[in-house]
Write a protein that binds this ligand. Sequence first.
Ligand code: NAP
Length: 281
Amino acid sequence: MPATILDGKKLAAKCKEQIRLEAAALPRKPGLAVIIVGDNSASRVYVNSKKADCEECGFLSEEYALPETTAQQELMEQIEVLNARDDIDGILVQLPLPKGIDEEAVLRAISPEKDVDGFHPMNMGALLIGKNAFVPCTPAGIMEMLEEYHIDPAGKHCVVVGRSNIVGKPMALLLMQKHGTVTVCHSRTKNLEEICRSADILVAAVGKVGLITADMVQPGAVVIDVAMNRNEQGKLCGDVLYEEVLEKASAITPVPGGVGPMTRALLMKNTLAAARQHLGL
Ligand code: NAP
């Protein structure tokens, strides 16, 4: 039987509608400031979609488009101004930053209370000890999706392929918090195929077209494809060979329309939470 398609687009629309209603009940609009440095075309698409999401949710949205030549100090000063603003609840610096800018220092400059991306070491540390504050949007969105489809990680073998700070590591921590037995794989992992085949829940977050084939998937497994790649025809696709895995998995996320829209919805959710906190509600 073909897998259940985990419809991130539909679920994200439902989440955003709920967020819009909750935001409308606040004394003022939640405010999100997005800083983009340079002219990376993928970043531009992401920033535009964040702006559209803010509009949909009734948020105040501000964009700071800084030139490629922006000095780190200038960027830090911009963050400081936004940290001090009462009407801005969330600050997001679109990554990657141009060469020569210390990404870690920039992320650290954002006030942890306004770090709606959840990348500040304070928020990462909170996640590590299970005291979640702002959780990175992609893994948080995946957890919402699992919950919506009544997929409980408790006692399951969850395999996360990829160990980045923004996806793989927080994903592993969240699955562990929900009592999954977690294995994290990366580029040095031996026997990737075998480990993937033992997964009840398999999360692919690498960025390599065709990395996960049907023979790496256990019949009935839940397969979450985080990646956003372009195949040879220029079509958007994930790490998973979707058509063949569809026949083997019990549930699967499509690319596009799976994890991506949930990531966007979770940014709105984090911004709403930041606004509530900021307003003392
Ligand atoms: P990243 O920082 O490049 O991390 C990739 C991870 O994959 C690394 O841990 C790397 O291992 C591992 N890896 C590389 N080759 C491998 C292989 N052959 N076998 C097993 N593991 C391998 O990427 P990221 O930022 O986490 O993003 C991953 C993918 O998700 C990308 O396609 C990105 O575009 C996508 N993404 C999507 C969303 C969304 O909303 N849908 C959000 C964020 C990212 P090492 O650590 O050993 O190098």
